[in-house]
Every structure is written in structure tokens, then in C-alpha cells.
Design a protein around this ligand. Structure first.
Ligand code: HEM
Length: 204
């Protein structure tokens, strides 16, 4: 039987070595040892959109239309996604909380202080995603938004963006595999700690 990590690698198309290249360097330190790039990323993830990006350059050129174009940003984002099935997954979350939960986890997982665990305990991502339909389709949509968010976050350098996106892609399908397993009533095998124990190691 395939392990969760093996499923994550097969479905994401990424070897574990690529997914965890984020651990070869301390990304938090390479981004200036500041939480701002992570706050920017998570804010963009939940607030911004592909539509925003398409028009972002136009904004600088046609500043006269800035206020009108700004209002278009609200059209597409995770909390107001045009895909109702995806938007509904976040219906019971407060946007401010979701942003903070996400960036604190990223800060901690990418070499920064353990701010997530200090506030909320062990990340336990499979368990925390259990209430949600983390399907292959949901992973693709989540990754679409994350790719757009990375594009619109200039405070993160290109090399870090590639490493982060690989980690996100692998973890998204790791969560899909974990979600399938918990829905089938199976207990999470010890290898499920692949993402999580690594986090533990990094926060001690
Ligand atoms: C695969 C598709 C995914 C879906 C559909 C999904 C959905 C959700 C939802 C609905 C929440 C609750 C929002 C909140 O109130 O915090 C959440 C929380 C969270 N997600 Fe995801 N997520 C996905 C992938 C990921 C990935 C790839 C990561 C990490 C790389 C991640 C990390 C987190 C974290 C840290 C939280 C906060 C958990 C908490 O503190 O309760 N998620 N996710």
C-alpha cells in the first residue's frame, strides 16, 4: 500500500527532495527575517486574484482609472471565489483568522519563530483539515490561488517562490491523501508526520 508521502509525490509530480527543498536554506532568514513577506503572501492568497494580476500593470499605466480598477479586485479571491463549491469550503472561517493562521504556519515551517504553535499548538494539518472536502479538485483550486498570490508578492524572491510552491503542491496532495484516509475511517499512519514531524523538528 502506498504511503501518504508516496501518494503526495505521485499526485503532485514532485519527489520529496524537491518538495522539501525549503529546508535546504532558511527561507525566513533569506526573506529578511521578517514576517512581512508571509503576511503579504497570505493576504494576497485570501484577498487577491488572477483578475487583479491581469490588471495590476494597467493600474500603474492608467492611474486615472485606479479607483475603478481597485474595486475589481474584490471580484475573485478565495473568500469570494467565482467557483461557489470552493468558496463554500471557507464559509465558516473568518478571513482575518484564516490569514493569520496561514502566515503564522508558513513563518514557523520556513525557519522562523514557532508563532503558530505558541498560539495554537501542533499544526496537525491533516486533522485540522478534516472538516473540509480536501479533494484533488480543491487542491488544484487552492494551488491556483496560491500561484497567483506568489506572483503578486514582490517581497518574496523568485528562487524562494519556486521552493515554496513545490512545498505547497506536495503538501496539498499530502492533505488530499490524508483526507481520503480519514474519510475511509482509517487511522493516519506514522509516515503522516512527514510534514508534521519536520515541523516539530524545526520549531524546537
Ligand atoms: C488542498 C487544498 C486545501 C484546502 C481546500 C484547504 C482548506 C482550508 C480551510 C477551509 C481552512 C480553514 C481556514 C481557517 O480558518 O484557518 C484551512 C486552514 C489551514 N490550512 Fe488549508 N487548505 C488546503 C491546503 C493547504 C496547504 C497546502 C497548506 C500548507 C502548506 C494549508 C495550511 C493550512 C493552515 C496552516 C491552516 C490553519 C489551520 C488552523 O489553524 O486551524 N492548507 N485550510
Amino acid at each position: 500500500m502506498q504511503s501518504l508521502q508516496e501518494k503526495a509525490s505521485e499526485w503532485s509530480g514532485l519527489a520529496a527532495s524537491d518538495a522539501f527543498a525549503i529546508d535546504e536554506t532558511n527561507i525566513f532568514n533569506s526573506l529578511g527575517g521578517d514576517i512581512k513577506p508571509f503576511v503579504d503572501l497570505s493576504t494576497n492568497f485570501y484577498n487577491r486574484s488572477a483578475l487583479h494580476l491581469s490588471y495590476s500593470r494597467l493600474k500603474t499605466i492608467f492611474s486615472f482609472f485606479l479607483s475603478i480598477l481597485c474595486s475589481w479586485e474584490t471580484w475573485v479571491r478565495v473568500f469570494d471565489d467565482e467557483e461557489e463549491w470552493f468558496r463554500s469550503i471557507f464559509a465558516n472561517s473568518r478571513k482575518e483568522d484564516a490569514i493569520r493562521n496561514q502566515y503564522e504556519f508558513f513563518v514557523q515551517r520556513m525557519g522562523g519563530p514557532p508563532v503558530y504553535s505558541q498560539r495554537k499548538g501542533h499544526p496537525a494539518l491533516i486533522a485540522r483539515h478534516r472538516p473540509f472536502p480536501v479533494t484533488h479538485q480543491a487542491a488544484d483550486r487552492w494551488l491556483f490561488h496560491m500561484q497567483q498570490a506568489l506572483h503578486s508578492t514582490p517581497t518574496i524572491d523568485p528562487d524562494s517562490k519556486i521552493k515554496m510552491m513545490n512545498f505547497f503542491r506536495h503538501t496539498a496532495f499530502f492533505l488530499v491523501a490524508g483526507n481520503e484516509m480519514t474519510r475511509q475511517g482509517q487511522s493516519i499512519p506514522s509516515d503522516a508526520s512527514g510534514v508534521l514531524s519536520l515541523t516539530d523538528a524545526l520549531i524546537t
